[in-house]
Design a protein around this ligand. Structure first.
Ligand SMILES: Nc1ncnc2c1ncn2[C@@H]1O[C@H](COP(=O)(O)OP(=O)(O)OP(=O)(O)O)[C@@H](O)[C@H]1O
Length: 301
């Protein structure tokens, strides 16, 4: 079976500025692939090349084994980071028009739009102009515009930005459902917890270069486990004296301990058990955000 999306050694230059330098990745059917990077890393440029909005200066993109052609637009959906809908046009006029541009009949387009408005519990937005909606609700309409024509490949650039926590959950479950129905999703975000929840594979870009790539589980295993969460009933003293312990922070229910040698973990546990009752002991794997900071030298969030 050919892959829905294969990007091979993609390259893009704006004058002297290299925006994307040798990005390769593939998105499988029914996968949400995470594209991460700080501001200006090259995520949007990569996505726009995939969508055929701009042309690569080098490299190759294949869609189900084929080169780009304009008909492929019918099978692709895009939620841009910046709002993509016209403020003064009604939701129904605009989204139905976009759906028809992507090959749907007027009847199917309207049915699909109404389905999505009901799904987000806002059927009354059908007749509203975009500018009449709040920022978060405009984002939802942008999402509907991206999925109304049932694309096989979906590109989501900061899909959850501007949404309140309830709406983030609603959109997240929708994205998971689209994945489970076979959609291939290329997903960019600054929020690492979303990536940890939604994606199995990622690429981290830094100043146009891919600096880290692969399966999140495997990536995490390559980084040392340097944090211990210890919750005890009573106080434990002397942890900082154990060799390999770098710092001990008192937390509400215990301690957060930084180590630079995993052998210290056993000694910490022994000491804690001698002095108190241990409620919880965990050697934590690094978070994706910690790995990101280590690779890129700054937080993504
Ligand atoms: N049309 C353009 N002309 C000139 N330079 C551009 C253009 N579009 C992007 N760039 C430059 O290319 C680099 C990558 O930009 P891009 O928008 O792809 O980053 P990004 O990872 O999406 O960032 P952000 O998280 O801030 O949206 C940046 O340095 C940007 O200034």
């Amino acid at each position: 079976m050919t892959q829905p999306l294969v990007i091979d050694n993609l390259f893009k230059q704006y004058g002297e500025k290299t925006a994307v330098n040798g990005v390769s990745l593939d998105v499988k059917e029914g996968e949400i692939y995470g594209l991460l990077g700080g501001n200006g890393a090259g995520k949007t440029t990569t996505m726009r090349m995939v969508l055929g909005i701009i042309y690569p200066d080098g490299g190759r993109i294949q869609y189900h084994g084929k080169e780009y052609s304009s008909e492929l637009q019918h099978g692709m959906g895009y939620l841009p980071e910046e709002r993509g809908l016209y403020p003064k046009v009604k939701v129904s006029d605009q989204i139905n028009y976009l759906a028809r541009l992507r090959g749907m009949s007027a009847k199917d387009a309207d049915k699909s739009l109404r389905y999505w408005l009901d799904r987000f519990e806002v059927p009354e937005y059908y007749d509203k102009k975009i500018e009449e909606l709040s920022k978060g609700n405009q984002q939802k309409m942008g999402f509907i515009a991206a999925v109304v024509h049932r694309p096989k490949i979906l590109i989501l650039d900061e899909a959850f930005s501007g949404l309140d926590p309830v709406n983030v959950e609603i959109l997240k479950s929708t994205v998971k459902e689209l994945r489970d129905n076979g959609t291939s999703i290329l997903f960019s975000t600054h929020r690492m917890e979303h990536v940890e929840e939604l994606c199995q594979r990622i690429t981290i870009l830094h100043r146009s270069n891919p600096v880290l790539q692969g399966n999140i589980r495997e990536i995490k295993q390559r980084y040392p486990r340097e944090q211990i969460v210890l919750n005890t009933i009573g106080e434990v003293t002397g942890i900082e004296k154990i060799q390999g312990v770098q710092s001990v922070e008192k937390r509400e229910r215990g301690y957060l301990i930084h180590i630079n040698n995993v052998a210290a973990a056993k000694e910490i546990l022994n000491m804690a058990m001698q002095q108190s009752e241990v409620e919880h002991f965990e050697i934590k794997e690094p978070t994706l955000n910690q790995i990101f900071i280590q690779e890129v030298g700054e937080s993504n969030e």
